[in-house]
Design a protein around this ligand. Sequence first.
Ligand code: ADE
Length: 242
Amino acid sequence: MRFEIVTLFPELFEALEHGLLGKARDAGRIDVHTITPRRFTADKHRTVDDAPYGGGSGMVLMPGPVAEALDFLDEQRGGRITRRVLLTPQGERFTQAHARRYAELDSLTLVCGRYEGFDERIRGLVDEEVSLGDFVLLGGEVAALAILEATARLLPGVLGNEQSAADESHAAGLLEYPQYTRPEEFRGEKVPEVLRSGNHAAIARWRRKESLRRTLERRPDLLEAADLTDEDRQLLDEIKGT
Ligand code: ADE
C-alpha cells in the first residue's frame, strides 16, 4: 500500500524506518512518500504561511503550496486513485474502523496541518478530516504517524502472526484479555491457574470472559456497540453476579 504524507517536517517520518514498519517498507508491503509544501514556493525564504486576513495572532498555512504538493503526488502516482485525509482536531474521531477502511485502499494521502492554523480552502482539497482525539497537537504529523501505523499493521504480511491483528483490543469491539508470560510468579502475583492448565476450551472461555470484564469496567460504551453472542451475555451475567 502506498502512503503519501504532505508535511512541513518530513524528517519526523524517518521514524518509519524502524521496527516492523521498517521491515514492511524493505519488503515492499508499504511504500511511504513524504512531500513538503516548501518545495512549491517561489520566494527565497520558501514561505508557506502568512498573516490571517482580518487580523489576529499567529500565522496561517497558505493553500497554494499544499495544493501543488497534492497535484505533484497525483502526477507521481500516474493518475491512480488515492484518498486524501486532513489531520485536524476538528475532524471525525479516528477509530479502528477508519484503519480497517484505509487498509482496503491502494493509496492514502495524509495532509498535516501546522502552525496556528491553515487556510480554510485547504479543506476543499481533501476527502475527509480526521482527529486523533480531543486534544491539540502542534501539527498533524504525530497523528499521521499514528494513522499510518494503525492502518499498515492490518495489511497482509506486516505483522509476523496473521492472527494477532484480529485478536487485539478493539479488533472485535472489545478490549483485549490480560496476557502473561514467565515467570509463573512475579512479586507475589501468580499467573492464573487456567492458563497453565493446557485446557484450550477453558482458556478460550477465560479469555473471552476477561475481555468482557475489562470492557465492562473500562469501556462500557464499547460493550453497548459490540456484537455479543448468547454465551457472551451469560458470561457478563456471571461477571455482574446476576
Ligand atoms: N492536529 C493538531 N491536533 C490534532 C489532533 N488532535 N488530531 C489530528 N490532527 C491534529
